[in-house]
Design a protein around this ligand. Structure first.
Ligand code: ADP
Ligand code: MG
Length: 691
């Protein structure tokens, strides 16, 4: 549809925000509202009230203020009542290029009495320049509860208001795609009224509800977005369940073999989760399951059990890790476990020689390797499995989804088990991994003592070293970790190297200190890790390469330098490297001076050992974008819904979506929903296989 005022240039700016259709535009919700219903003339203003005036700029003045150059910007305004209002902005020097005498503006703010000049004034008022062209009816912008939009290029909040108004006035009401029964039961307004109220709230609208995204119109739009998202995920999941996969047999022999492998009695949670996995594997459809559990909860052991089911059915298992160090960790762990069973476990990583790789690939292709462990090298084109039955993917966060798919295409629809060491609150897991079934290990192996966590500032580091020394003298081992800052790994490495020399020569001259960082060759990395595992190295200085998966039960001390630089979930991962044996373990977070936010983060770590709680805090403190990293996390780009703020609506929508798809009012309604989903939502959520 053609919208007056949107030429090619503006269309492009809108498109950059993902707004290419009228529907997209209408779904672009204001992020804030202002009550500008109280429009007065300057003469009518009283100090203390919030008000809107429409006036003309008379004079402007930028000045250095008192002693400090605060860049005070002042302007005077006059309106039809001939009275004068003073506007003041600190750090406002940029306004000299924005406001000029003669301009007509709408000002909104708190009226004050300026004792210095004896005039009425507003400090930092919101304002909008009332341009002469296409400003629409002035009543769109003032004299009402006014929507504020995030600008898209040069399409500013005013222009958005005008466009929204034009569209809402210019087109016939849109159909409501939400199933009627759902809408009526939840007493949600219909879509068209919701959209109108979203952009132009009624005069009696409650500003607090609006700005909390809890007006009826907003709730309706948020629910709708989540409803379709959940419908899409549910359909995708049920479709995957229908695809043909391998039905593994679970007989006594398999059970015997698992028993023979197990070095410990599994916890109740491990048993339950294995049951869920085994049921999936026995079904003639591909498994797509996410295995969640706090660090040290014993996910790897469960994965090993699953691998046995595959191997005993004449299939191969692949284990994918994000880094070489982790891959080799897994390799040793699995080789150790499977020795008794006579399985051949192979490691395939990028840094191996071409000859070595070629040799290994041959063995894998011939089916002579039962369990292949590796990094993305395993995903390379020319690795052929004889019969891949199970793919275990560690640390899903670090994998590009494409790689995952690529991998899966190698076998005939193998079962997929994704392990994540970053616990995610359940509702979020269900949404982010909505196409996966979720299993949670919510129990630690017995005999673990909670890790004691302490916060120490840099100047008291000597105390840290002396307690570390006591532990080492008692036969235990310790990690000292430095953060890697992405853009300067070299610098972090240097810091680690320097600290390594300092600790080795000056602080702990009698101890065996090792060094591990990302720039070492893979042999050196492995050698450093192995020496620590065997207990030869007592203190391992490392950059964050040990973040996940390292398993040395005798290590009881984790010192994290510059802990303020780490995310909470990352700190929790690091801390999870200790506390793996029966001895009391310690984690020391060393920081510089902290601001309030930093203190709160560190306090969260000191107070809690619960990975799910920490993940939730991390999410709250950093926001979902940063928490999940880049787009590869698969986090859907939501328009109005916010998975943190709207968790309850998300839960409700999931429930409703599942119920609706299980019992639609009729075939016609279901078809309508699927069609709507396909044409409107597939593109955005990548629900490519819907329907
Ligand atoms: P995760 O991968 O969940 O972080 P791991 O599988 O690495 O945890 O297990 C952590 C440690 O606990 C390992 O040393 C592992 O051998 C041990 N472990 C796992 N399951 C049990 C159990 N049921 N009883 C005792 N120790 C266990
Ligand atoms: Mg592990």
């Amino acid at each position: 549809m053609y919208v007056k005022g949107v030429g090619p240039a503006r269309a492009e700016m809108l498109q950059a925000k993902g707004l290419s259709t009228v529907e997209d535009l209408l779904a672009y919700a204001p992020f804030r509202y202002e009550d500008r219903s109280n429009v007065k003339t300057i003469e009518e203003l009283a100090p203390g009230e919030m008000a809107t005036v429409i006036a003309e700029v008379r004079t402007t003045r930028a000045s250095a203020f008192h002693r400090r150059a605060l860049g005070l910007f002042e302007a005077t305004f006059r309106d039809s009542s001939r009275a004068i209002l003073l506007g003041k902005w600190f750090h406002g020097s940029y306004l000299a290029n924005v406001l000029a005498p003669g301009m007509r503006v709408a000002l909104y703010g708190k009226v004050e009495f300026d004792s210095f000049t004896g005039e009425l004034s507003m400090l930092h008022p919101e304002f909008e320049i009332l341009a002469d062209d296409e400003e629409g009816d002035a009543s769109l912008h003032t004299g009402r509860v006014t929507p504020i939009y995030e600008a898209a290029g040069k399409v500013n909040t005013r222009l958005f208001r005008v466009l929204m108004h034009r569209v809402l006035e210019g087109i016939p009401p849109l159909d409501d795609p939400l199933p009627r029964a759902v809408r009526e039961r939840l007493k949600l307004p219909d879509r068209w009224s919701a959209l109108r109220q979203l952009h132009f709230p009624p005069a009696d609208a409650d500003l607090r509800l609006l700005n909390g995204f809890r007006s009826q119109a907003q709730i309706r739009m948020i629910f709708e977005e989540f409803f379709w998202l959940e419908c899409g995920l549910t359909l995708k999941r049920s479709k995957a369940r229908l695809a043909a996969g391998i039905a593994f047999e679970l007989n006594d022999r398999v059970r015997e073999r698992i028993k023979a492998m197990l070095p410990f009695k599994p916890t109740a949670a491990q048993k339950r989760v294995l049951g869920e996995i085994a049921r999936d594997m026995a079904a003639p459809h591909p498994m797509n399951r996410l295995l969640q559990g706090d660090v040290g909860s014993g996910k790897t052991l469960v994965a090993a059990e699953a691998a046995i089911i595959a191997v005993e059915n004449g299939c191969q298992a692949a284990v994918l890790a994000p880094t070489e160090i982790l891959a080799s960790q897994h390799y040793y762990y699995f080789r150790n476990l499977f020795q008794k069973l006579g399985y051949v476990v192979a490691l395939l990583v990028g840094s191996q020689s071409q000859r070595e790789k070629t040799q290994l690939k041959k063995l894998v292709a011939a089916g002579l390797v039962q369990v292949a462990v590796g990094t993305h090298a395993l995903l390379e084109e020319d690795v052929e499995f004889q019969r891949l039955g199970l793919a275990i993917i560690d640390e899903q966060h670090r994998f590009v989804v494409m790689q995952r798919l690529h991998m899966i295409e190698k076998g005939t629809q193998p079962d997929v088990l994704v392990m994540t060491a970053t616990p995610i609150p359940r509702t979020l897991a269900l949404t982010l991994y909505g196409d996966l079934d979720v299993s949670v290990i919510d129990e630690l192996p017995p005999g673990r003592r909670p890790i004691k966590t302490k916060h120490v500032t840099e100047e008291r580091i000597e105390q840290v070293w002396s307690s570390l020394k006591r532990e080492v003298d008692a036969g235990r081992q310790a990690y000292v970790v430095y953060p890697v800052i992405e853009e300067s790994e070299t610098q972090a490495m240097k810091a680690a190297e320097k600290m390594y020399l300092h600790l080795k020569d000056i602080v702990f001259p009698g101890c065996r200190v090792g060094l591990l960082h990302g720039r070492l060759s893979s042999e050196d990395k492995e050698a450093a890790m192995e020496s620590f595992k065997r207990g030869e190295t007592q203190i391992l200085v490392s950059t964050t390469v040990i973040e996940v998966g390292v398993d040395v039960p005798n290590a009881t001390v984790m010192v994290v330098e510059q802990a303020e630089r780490f995310g909470l979930s990352q700190l929790h991962q690091l801390r999870g490297r200790v506390g793996r044996g029966a001895e009391q373990s310690y984690c020391v977070l060393v920081t510089g001076k902290l601001n309030d936010a930093g203190r709160e983060r560190i306090r969260t770590m000191v107070d809690s050992n619960d990975g799910f709680y920490i993940a939730e805090m991390d999410l709250k403190l950093r926001g979902p974008g940063e928490f999940f990293g880049t787009k590869q996390s698969g986090l859907p780009a939501l328009r109005i819904g916010n998975i943190l703020r709207d968790q309850e609506l998300l839960e409700l929508a999931r429930h409703e979506a599942e119920a609706f798809l299980a019992h639609p009012a009729g075939d016609e309604e279901l078809r309508r929903a699927v069609t709507y989903l396909r044409t409107n939502w597939q593109r955005r959520y990548g629900l490519v296989t819907v329907g």
